[in-house]
Design a protein around this ligand. Structure first.
Ligand code: SF4
Length: 366
């Protein structure tokens, strides 16, 4: 029905475009399946620009599957800290151990076998199998779904109602000779040209055959919830022995189990003169408006009795702890952790008197 010829054209156009425009990314300079697996895991729901640094650090510390398999979970989480979706890090770690234990350290070569590893989803399995091993399987994420929906001129439907149909079309479309490049080209097209808002159709290599050439009325995105929380920064001792009170999230917490964060304050107990800063932080579909208050040792009684162990952590050890992304962000803004370049740097523990009083309350948006 003429589709085949069209497919050939879109493959050629897409691959040619990819050859000319592919961004030069660290994980594109390797055929090492482990490195590709790490990069594809990090790239889920996360922008390329953010991933580059994390990937580079992660690979420097865990250059091989074996080194990752032998690592402590806390160290893996520390390197992931700030990247979000920590389940990915745990699953990657667990899978690395499974590959060592059950596959003699050799990563399975097919998407079917890869997807049987703990926590490896259909998308990641297809991405790794096609990029590292040349298996002609389609890797379809949200970006690719959008490109295909527009290209075929389907009515967009929310959720995964059309996933099966799109997936079959994608499998049919994937280039048999260069499946890894084809999949990466589709992802790259979705990430850089066929954008959710204002797709750049004039620069699109598959424009000719595209049934939509523009923005579909997008399916309604999830509504963001908003939540307010009050957190406490409690310090003791002086620089360089300063310590901060942190709390570990329970091991069975739905999100970010075992990671460290600032303790929260009982509702309505905070007072404005304790205010240090306010930060907005988004996690999946929730905007958190987080206000951080500086508490003295005596004011600890206003801390909420949440689950989770509390520990005094030396400020100098903080960079090595598996902090949640929000905690890391707050501690950087407060100069407790290095890495924030907004204002002149001042370590919170520097002042011998009352370091917390030296901080201007500031409202900072992310
Ligand atoms: S022509 Fe426009 S809508 Fe169609 S695939 Fe290209 S960028 Fe997307």
């Amino acid at each position: 029905m003429g589709m085949r010829q069209e497919h050939v054209d879109i493959r050629q156009d897409l691959l040619q475009w990819f050859d000319e425009h592919a961004r030069d990314l660290p994980w594109r300079q390797t055929r090492d399946p482990y490195a590709i697996w790490v990069s594809e895991t990090m790239l889920q729901q996360t922008r390329v620009a953010v991933v580059i640094d994390y990937y580079t650090r992660f690979m420097a510390r865990f250059p091989t599957l074996q080194s990752l398999a032998q690592a402590d979970e806390a160290e893996v989480l520390t390197l992931w800290s700030g990247l979000g979706y920590y389940r990915r890090a745990r699953a990657l770690h667990e899978s690395a151990r499974a590959v060592v234990a059950e596959h003699g350290g050799v990563i399975p070569k097919t998407a079917a076998a890869l997807s049987r590893l703990p926590g490896v989803g259909v998308y990641t399995a297809a991405a790794v199998a096609s990029i590292a091993f040349g298996e002609p399987v389609a890797a379809v994420d949200g970006n690719v779904e959008r490109v295909l929906t527009r290209y075929f001129g389907h009515e967009p439907v929310p959720g995964s109602a059309r996933s099966g149909e799109l997936r079959r079309a994608a499998e049919d479309l994937v280039d048999r000779e260069r499946p890894g490049d084809f999949n990466q080209a589709m992802m790259e097209l979705g990430a850089t040209v066929c954008l959710p808002r204002g797709p750049m159709c004039l620069a699109c290599p598959i424009r000719e055959g595209c049934a939509t050439r523009g923005e579909h009325p997008a399916p309604r995105t999830r509504k963001m919830l908003s939540r307010k929380t009050a957190l406490a920064l409690v310090q003791r001792r002086q620089w360089p022995r300063a310590e901060v009170l942190l709390q570990r999230r329970p091991p069975d917490a739905a999100q970010m189990p075992n990671m460290w964060e600032l303790p929260s304050i009982k509702e309505g107990q905070e007072s404005e003169d304790m205010l240090l800063l306010t930060v907005r932080h988004s996690i999946t579909n929730t905007n958190y408006y987080v206000t951080v208050y500086g508490l003295t040792m005596n004011e600890q009684k206003i801390l909420a009795k949440d689950a989770g162990e509390r520990v005094w952590v030396p400020v100098l050890d903080l960079p090595e702890q598996p902090l949640t992304g929000l905690t890391r962000k707050i501690l950087k803004r407060l100069r407790v952790l290095p890495g924030f370049s907004g204002m002149p740097s001042m370590a919170i523990g520097d002042s011998p008197q009352d370091p917390i009083k030296d901080l201007d309350p500031a409202v900072v948006r992310s």
